[in-house]
Design a protein around this ligand. Structure first.
Ligand SMILES: Cc1cc2nc3c(=O)[nH]c(=O)nc-3n(C[C@H](O)[C@H](O)[C@H](O)COP(=O)(O)O)c2cc1C
Ligand SMILES: CCCCC(=O)C(=O)O
Length: 393
């Protein structure tokens, strides 16, 4: 590895302005709202509803943004941070910066190369990728496209422990460095945008590649998924989710793997304390991008309580509503060790495949680097709460 860290901010800005001298403007917009609007034009109505939508009145989605907007940065002068180093360690790997891609299901709706394009984009930047249980390609195919870049696996724990165990063992075999168990989707949230067009990708056999490639899932089928895809899709609907999932059941994962296990979807201090006392290795504060509990609190508002309850014993990460470098900066200032990027990279993917997802991730690193330079922070560790004016709810 090159010892001089890449200065994403000035390098990315400089290259963009230079291309502009030659008359070229970026295909992928550099700010979220323009990016989202362009992606909407490219996406089918079904893909747009599924990606952009949230639960119910979408108030948890709004709360995610409001929480970040309410808290402001108080810029610090003359501290001096000529060289910034964004490198961040997570579960034994060294990432380009304190970001990772969130697991997003059914990416084939946004682009035919789906997870493979995201694998190539994240590998090119050395940004960790969390592979989804609802991916459009099997984890083995995704790993092939990803090479030896850092990756994690997101587990949906449904009715069958045998399938969960098989997913975990496959994830370990393909070199995932941690397992993220998603807890907030034991059943699907109430999603009016999808309901109003009667569209579920899963019923149509999309986003179930981890299952159709899995021996424990295939053993439940009367015919192979290749012979009878509809039976496989139906079986998935019978297998997915279990509203009875509890602490005792997920503890079984320890007998299946030695990998670090992170709980995704922890929002409360008491659940965070339990995560620590049960011996888990990390917390991802998440409300699933506001897609599950309508009326729920924004993740950035939930973060301080979770950080306090974790008492520095395990890393706390956050996703949901992160749209720019300043949001990442604010999350780190309140004690997050890294943040998950969700819809923004999906919109990049919809616009320009691998290059689009990669551009969005690079912009976020660049904007974080610029924000750090403008506040005298040479590394993520130097971003502290003294740089924030905490908003009142
Ligand atoms: C279209 C879509 C599909 C998603 N699929 C999954 C998934 O398969 N597994 C999972 O744990 N989370 C899934 N999520 C939630 C994300 O991992 C993440 O928590 C969320 O997108 C963060 O919010 P943001 O998109 O507002 O940044 C999905 C989110 C979206 C928008
Ligand atoms: C049935 C799995 C749902 C995938 C997911 O996590 C989402 O759409 O938010």
């Amino acid at each position: 590895m090159n010892d001089t860290p890449r200065q994403y901010g000035p390098e990315t800005q400089g290259a963009t302005y230079l291309r502009g001298l030659g008359g070229a403007v970026p295909e992928v917009p550099t700010n979220f709202l323009t990016l989202e609007a362009k992606a909407k034009e490219k996406m089918s109505p079904e893909a747009w509803a599924y990606t952009a939508g949230g639960a119910g009145l979408e108030s948890a989605m709004d709360a995610n943004r409001a929480a970040f907007q309410r808290t402001q940065i108080i810029p610090r002068m003359l501290k001096g941070a000529a060289q910034r180093n964004l490198t961040t360690e997570m579960f034994g790997i060294k990432a380009a910066g304190p970001i990772m891609t969130c697991p997003i299901g059914v990416l084939e709706m946004m682009h035919p190369e789906a997870d493979l394009a995201v694998a190539r984009a994240t590998a090119a930047l050395n940004v960790p990728m969390i592979i989804s249980s609802q991916a459009s390609f099997s984890m083995e195919e995704i790993a092939k496209a990803h090479g030896d870049a850092p990756r994690f696996f997101q587990l949906y724990w449904g009715k069958s422990d045998a399938i969960a165990e098989s997913f975990v063992k496959r994830a370990e075999a393909i070199g995932c460095k941690a397992i993220f168990i998603t807890l907030d989707t034991v059943i699907l949230g109430w999603r009016p945008r999808d309901l109003n067009i009667g569209y579920s990708p899963f019923l149509r056999g999309q986003g179930i590649a981890q299952y159709t490639s899995d021996p424990a899932f295939r053993a439940l089928l009367p015919q192979t998924p290749e012979e009878n895809p509809q039976a496989a899709a139906f079986q998935f609907t019978q297998t997915f989710g279990d509203a009875g999932l509890d602490w005792a059941r997920i503890a079984k994962i320890r007998s299946w793997t030695k990998l670090p296990v992170v709980l995704k979807g922890i929002m409360r201090a008491d659940d965070a304390a339990k995560t620590v006392s049960e011996g888990y290795d990390g917390i991802l504060v998440s409300n699933h991008g506001g897609r599950q509990v309508d009326g729920g609190i924004g993740t950035f508002d939930a973060l301080p309580g979770v950080v306090a309850a974790a008492k520095g014993k395990i890393p706390v990460m956050i996703d949901s509503g992160i749209r720019c470098g300043a949001d990442i900066f604010k999350a780190l200032a309140l004690g997050a060790t890294a943040v998950g990027i969700g819809r923004p990279y999906v919109y990049g993917l919809a616009i320009a495949g691998q290059a689009g997802a990669q551009a969005v991730l690079e912009y976020l690193l660049a904007e974080l680097d610029v924000t750090m330079a403008l506040n005298g922070c040479a590394s993520p560790q130097e971003i502290g709460p003294e740089l924030l004016a905490l908003g009142k709810s």
